[in-house]
Design a binder for this molecule. Sequence first.
Ligand code: ADP
Ligand code: MG
Length: 330
Amino acid sequence: MEQVISDVVIGESAVMRDMMSRAELVAKARKTTLITGPTGVGKDVLASWLHRRGQSPDAPFVTVNCGALPESLIESELFGHLRGAFTGAQDTRKGLIKNAAGGTLFLDEINSLCLNAQSKLLRFLETGEYRRVGSDHLEYANVWVLAASNRNLQNEVQRGSFREDLLFRLAVMHLDIPPLRMRDGDIELLARHFLTRVSNDLGTFTPRAVRAIYKYAWPGNVRELKARVERAAYLSRSSTIDMADLELDGLESSKELIMEKKPLKKTSSIALSDLYQLIEKEGLTLGDAIARCEKAIIQAALDVEHGNRTQAARRLGIHVRTMFKKLANE
Ligand SMILES: Nc1ncnc2c1ncn2[C@@H]1O[C@H](COP(=O)(O)OP(=O)(O)O)[C@@H](O)[C@H]1O
Ligand SMILES: [Mg+2]
């Protein structure tokens, strides 16, 4: 079932369900966790989801982008420093670990952490203790540490830029988010979610746009999908989003998407005059006649796709669940 928790679409694909059921356990155990996956798959989203799931709502959530801080600053940012500990340290600072006490510290781009800070972090993870820069005094903080990387940390270990013991310690629990193209039906679910977020009246994608969404490789993953759908929705002048509005590189001239038309079997077609007859002779309402017509069209799509439901729904530009609902309606 589709689940949306605070604007997070979890999806229905087996890979995501599997990952999320592990995430539930992680949130319960509140153990140090490494989140991996290529750029844009939702590592930040998952970290804040875990935090909300595993803590009281007022517990602090502190994010540190390790890649954005210069090596000289990261240690004092994380662990704090004493006044005068180094040139420019005019005040005493308590550091982000202290700020996160009782809550979650999310170390994004952990691969960028310098070796010095890595060893201090390892010690903190093992004992819960640390020292501010320039201090001998041991401090303690109860913090749930989540870390994310889009690099393979094993490779970084081989290159000597990441401590192997820290990797073991971080990956007590490991959640790997699959790239969007591996998430099957979720691509469409997410696309529709982002479209409704932008505008409720700009409701639909053309069937050709839906096929293109499936066909495209999404190298920038969910981030790219969101950006393209939002842009298309803002720029489109009509009430539907077509393939061209998404501006997917390399797909504009894909013959397969534009001309992918398989002939319908004669038997499955329904003529307009037949439909009108239904209303006249059988006393159906317009709504009932249309529902019957929809069923005939769905059946035709199923025939064309040799009974493959996902393909048939894709062909019609609707979600498989919507298709089932229409088929089930009496
Ligand atoms: N499951 C999801 N549901 C809704 N939005 C998502 C989901 N996953 C990612 N996003 C959106 O995609 C973008 C990229 O997500 P982010 O967590 O920053 O990716 P990463 O940290 O892996 O690069 C963000 O705008 C985020 O809101
Ligand atoms: Mg990120």
